[in-house]
Design a protein. Sequence first.
Length: 285
Amino acid sequence: MKAEPGALAEALEAVYAAYSRDAWVGSDPLDRVVRYPDAADREVVAFIAAGLSFGGVGIIQGSIERALAPLGEHPAQTLRQLTGTEARRLAQGFNHRWVFAEDLANVYLMLGRALVDAGGLEPLFAAGMRADAEDVRPGAASLVAALGARLDPGARERRGTRAFLSDPAGSSASKRLHMYLRWMIRHRDVDLGLWRSARPAQLLMPLDTHIARIAGYLGLTRRRTAGLGMVLDITHALRRVDPIDPIRFDFALCRLGILDHCPVRLDDAACARCALLPVCGRPVR
């Protein structure tokens, strides 16, 4: 099903109005980031939080807390001062699926070195970003390359470390990287708005299983594989609804899946309550 543009826009606006506010942030990894008042701290803890955002939300939030706890009340300051030995000591015992203590220590080190060398992460992104770029991929590639360059080659090749260094120029969706960039670049709703080196219009959809499924129901993509092609399909479709800030719908649409308000198993009662029902192509009984 492909909804009429006006009807699709009306339905998306209704979901956005219902779910885009701070009241829902407790169901998101961002909840563990906004607890830090300082912008320098938020920039680095958000990178850690985004990198660990795979799996169930409760498990993710627990892992984020374990990863951040050793850094104390001022993580940016702690990271700037870390040696390799100290990073490994702070990360000792950590595990989140295939991210292990050695991987977390690598993340601590590359973030700390970026803080010392560049003053933060935005300069690494801005070095590759262009004002006329269609989307954030040039800046994202620059950020990932610059962070990876601050580790030894062997460390970069670890699977758990690579989870934080996805290649935005490749065929994967790079969901966690694009979620981090959404947090940094958007200046509205739940997002942090710390960076000025790109515009919200240049963001790409952070594609997770919830977005992939619901986007299919709405006719935003016909693809079955959740990769870069699907990211571009969904982003371009949302740009037709809001060319200035198309990814503002991400957080709200994710709530439908995360909160089971759009359950995987068909539930007519849930569908009847959903603002997307008039434009949803999901069959109902």
